[in-house]
Design a protein around this ligand. Structure first.
Ligand code: OOG
Ligand code: MG
Length: 237
């Protein structure tokens, strides 16, 4: 069932986030803990693929983090992967006027990641409103373990490629993500400020797919190679 099609065709963005917040609360009441906000739909590659044109905010829960560099395929309906740059802050920051240089000053470390998205909608066929309510298709993530200083990598020129079973299926760079992945933190701060929240230190924040998402199958070997950040090799089990 598509919320916008069958229940509430004229739902507004703020209302969609209110529903998302209620669904997050229900999940927390079920014993799951939020570990970080995530930003999605931050690159043109994703906008073109999904037919939308602005970023969304969702949340990663503790039970979404895949262990042992593998993806447990049967946990998903029709998973796709996205290469992402992750950011952890060392201080609480936020507000509507945050600048890129303030964010940089407050970064603890950068890491590489792969998000495994999944959708309750057939063919990921949703509107912007539906995907907000569906917690931005958040279902899984593999977080790199190497930590990089913000001064040691140029996130704008950082390149990534995805190989599935040895064949290149996607490539992109950091610049694809709102011109600079650090800008994503500025946008996240604006979003959270609308509900008087700040961004918390210590959370592994994903900044959004740098390429279009790629469908995966059981048995695939995935290599996500970054130019400077940690490469990730993942088995789909
Ligand atoms: C929505 C989630 C998008 C990203 O990194 O762009 C996202 C979707 O495409 O299903 O997480
Ligand atoms: Mg993502």
């Amino acid at each position: 069932m598509k919320v916008t099609k069958e229940l509430a065709p004229s739902l507004k963005v703020e209302e969609a986030y209110a529903i998302q917040a209620e669904l997050l609360r229900l999940r927390e009441a079920d014993g799951h803990a939020i570990i970080a906000p995530k930003m999605g739909l931050t690159s043109k590659a994703k906008w073109t693929q999904m037919g939308v044109d602005s970023p969304v905010v969702g949340y990663l829960f503790d039970d979404m983090i895949e262990r042992d560099q593998s993806i447990e395929f049967d946990r998903y309906i029709h998973p796709k992967i996205e290469p992402e740059i992750g950011i952890v802050l060392k201080n609480e920051i936020g507000g509507p006027d945050l600048t890129i240089s303030e964010v940089k000053d407050n970064i603890d470390y950068i890491f590489s990641a792969v998000e495994v998205i999944d959708s309750r909608y057939q063919n990921f066929d949703f509107t912007f409103i539906d995907v907000i309510i569906d917690n931005t298709s958040a279902k899984g993530a593999i977080l790199g373990t190497k930590q990089y200083d913000v001064g040691s990598v140029d996130l704008i020129t950082e390149q990534v490629e995805i190989l599935i079973n040895g064949e290149q299926v996607a490539e992109g760079k950091g610049e694809a993500v709102l011109g600079n992945p650090i800008q994503v933190i500025v946008e996240l701060a604006k979003h959270l400020d609308q509900s008087n929240q700040m961004i918390q230190p210590g959370q592994p924040i994903l900044t959004g797919g740098m390429t279009a998402a790629v469908m995966i199958e059981k048995g695939d070997t995935i290599q996500v190679n970054y130019s400077n950040l940690e490469d990730l090799t993942i088995e789909v089990k």
